[in-house]
Design a protein around this ligand. Structure first.
Ligand code: HEM
Ligand code: HEM
Length: 130
């Protein structure tokens, strides 16, 4: 589109997201998938894994939100989009929907589960800590 790489705060956020995602994936795989990894390290690392997982998710949301802003600014700068046109409303609704989605996902991750069945996420009992 005719501009330098990594000039915007969106591109920095996006790159950070990709790097954090990659690290989370590799470290998660090493610690939780490889059978010979000691259980006490898994147990101690799990809260950090959960925290970093949520951070990666929030970082992706921030990237997507700033990406929307970036695109709107780009289109407006080239007079391809008005200030109060339908495209702007779509962009704003998309931004708000992402916020609502983020809130629901984080809520479902941090709320304790009240399920009495064995299906679904567990509450505090963790097989790794025993
Ligand atoms: C998790 C979501 C996203 C990630 C990780 C991401 C990542 C990136 C990265 C790393 C760049 C820099 C490319 C470069 O400098 O060569 C970029 C550029 C760009 N992205 Fe995204 N992006 C995301 C979502 C979005 C969304 C939702 C939009 C628009 C609807 C968008 C629009 C753009 C635009 C217009 C550019 C070029 C301008 C710039 O470099 O800032 N992105 N993105
Ligand atoms: C980018 C990739 C990843 C992200 C974003 C991520 C994120 C998360 C999050 C947010 C949690 C907490 C879930 C909760 O609160 O119930 C979690 C738990 C967990 N993750 Fe990951 N994770 C990733 C990769 C991996 C990988 C590759 C493995 C191993 C193969 C792994 C194994 C686990 C395990 C065993 C748990 C505990 C599940 C439980 O408590 O029931 N993760 N992960």
């Amino acid at each position: 589109m005719g501009f330098d790489n990594l000039h915007s705060s969106h591109s920095w956020l996006g790159l950070t997201t990709i790097i954090l995602f990659g690290l989370q994936l590799i470290i998660g795989f090493l610690v939780f998938f490889i059978p010979r990894f000691p259980n006490y390290i898994r147990a101690r690392g799990l809260p950090w894994h959960a925290f970093m997982g949520l951070l990666v998710y929030l970082s992706a949301l921030a990237s997507a939100e700033s990406g929307i802003v970036e695109l709107v600014a780009l289109l407006q700068g080239r007079n391809l989009m008005g200030n109060f046109g339908p495209e702007g409303k779509v962009a704003n609704c998309l931004g708000l929907s992402l916020l609502v989605l983020g809130a629901l996902v984080v809520l479902s991750a941090v709320l304790p589960s009240h399920s009495s069945t064995s299906v679904g996420p567990k509450q505090t009992d963790n097989a790794l800590s025993t």
